[in-house]
Ligand binder design. Sequence first.
Ligand code: PLP
Length: 230
Amino acid sequence: MTEDLAANLVRVRARIADACAAAGRRPEEVRLVAVTKTHPAAVVLRLASLGVRDIGENRDQEAAPKAAQVAAAGVDVRWHFVGQLQRNKCRSVAGYAHAVHSVDRVPLVGALARAAADRGRTPDVLLQVSLDGDPRRGGCLPADLVPLADEVASQPALRLTGVMAVAPMDWSPERAFALLADVAAGLRASHPQATAISAGMSHDLEAAVAHGATHVRIGTALLGNRPSLG
Ligand SMILES: *Cc1c(COP(=O)(O)O)cnc(C)c1O
């Protein structure tokens, strides 16, 4: 398993490097976030031993105990919360997340800020954008992005760092990530610190890197198919 993982990691890093070369970008500009949902803490420890220190999770119920196990093993990783966030989970998420990629509405901002302040932490916040306006998969409308960013920027316990999106199912990744790049540029006009673009998963990381992704969130290409949650 560690050998598979090591080989998969080499392949993913090569894909990122090739995509950067094609886009005239430096590979250091793109951070690999390994999404370990459904995989146990032992997988996170193996990733860390291979030099992958950015770990993504999408459900607090799973992430919180996993983060505790990894910390108990004395291994330091950066946790990225990438799943839909509920207000009642903010307290828990603020306890371990170094970055929250999925802030998409104003009520979450106060809840996350209070929780972070109570714990003396200042997580990075990326605002999730719904590129097709379908609210079921999370994300705010592009038109609501600047007011949401203003809220985050007004909170001393949160660091506004950028935007995140998932390509809509029936769109080409190129179309999705080109729109996200436009939205991100628009946001930087009023919030120049918001330079991060979290975009791209196992099947579409090349398109994301071509359109300026600074974080790619990779699960299956590293870890294989997830067991179904059925
Ligand atoms: C699971 C997940 C990923 C990783 O997806 P893969 O296709 O397995 O690479 C990325 N982003 C989010 C929000 C996810 O939930």
